[in-house]
Write a protein that binds this ligand. Sequence first.
Ligand SMILES: C[S@@+](CC[C@H](N)C(=O)[O-])C[C@H]1O[C@@H](n2cnc3c(N)ncnc32)[C@H](O)[C@@H]1O
Ligand code: SF4
Length: 343
Amino acid sequence: MFKSLETCGAEYGRLRSLEIGVTSRCNFRCAYCGAYDLLERQVLSPADVVRVIEALPDLERVKLSGGEVLLEFDLCEQIIGYCSSRGILTQVNSNGTLLDEEKFERLEAAGLGVLHVSLNHVETAAHAAFYRVSEKMFPRIVRAVERSVSSSSIDTVVETVLFDETEATLPEVHRFAAGLGVRRHEIQMEIPGVHQGYTGTLGQDRLCEAVARLVEARDPRCTLYVSCLSAHLPPGGAHWSRLAPLFRDPGVVRADCVEGKAQLHLHSNGDVLICELGCPEVIGNVFEEDLLTLYRTSARLRDFVRGKHEEGTHSCFRHCDRPGERRGASRGPAFLPVPRVRP
Ligand SMILES: C[S@@+](CC[C@H](N)C(=O)[O-])C[C@H]1O[C@@H](n2cnc3c(N)ncnc32)[C@H](O)[C@@H]1O
Ligand code: SF4
């Protein structure tokens, strides 16, 4: 089920989820995103992915992310088909603009579990202006969400990033999604990232207020999942006291961080990252070392797990110089290293 790992108190010791960045190519250029245009020199083949997954005895979930994942549709379809045959839940994270009926039918046939679509606006003009994309895009996203909601096998999730663009409109986006038939709405705290130069964050008070206002305005038919709160609000602080009662409502779910603890990110060049956006530290490469061995033996990962999950002292944003400030101009694309060994 969606976010079951994030709500079950998953412990370090079993690698239960893998996020696979199948590509960093994207048809969008979202200013806040650090996951596109990484210019990888090597793309995992379906056989590479199967080899990695086969060696993970505790794997319960595979999330396909990117870049725009569906630019690698055939690869996604093959991974989903393989995972379904093994009883592993699959999730596709997509901007929703590349889907049509044929692709939906292929995803359903492959056994896709969750389609997770980004939605930060409620109408065409604002969407097109913010993303600097054609006005054709927003209606495509809406159609994709509606088609997904009508699927008997796919669980639809809409995700909204909480950042300055959505701070005031979050309740409106939520009601819009609920009106489309969406019953799971993920609110993702913004993650500052150095890659494209975006390090703006709202600050703790504004994040806390925005979440509280949204909960008050929640459509009772739609469950809210709030992700990455602990990246911004240290556990035990005053903001937690304010928010904790809100999570007593079964329709408002706090999705705990499982990055590094029960989930790792596998990039398409074989690099293994602790968390793609929050802690993009590379702990190894699957073309050089077995993923399970990396998970069990990486000293960097162990440090992260201790600091982030056990002692609560790790800042997810240590890769940023000054979180809370926007740098302005983009630094342009980043290059990922070429794996040193290719078996
Ligand atoms: C990197 S995208 C890849 C999948 C797809 N292209 C999409 O937009 O949904 C995966 C998710 O990360 C979110 N995301 C991107 N940049 C982020 C940031 N700086 N902070 C928080 N979430 C972010 C996106 O909104 C999206 O829901
Ligand atoms: S958030 Fe998704 S759609 Fe936007 S640039 Fe990143 S990968 Fe592309």
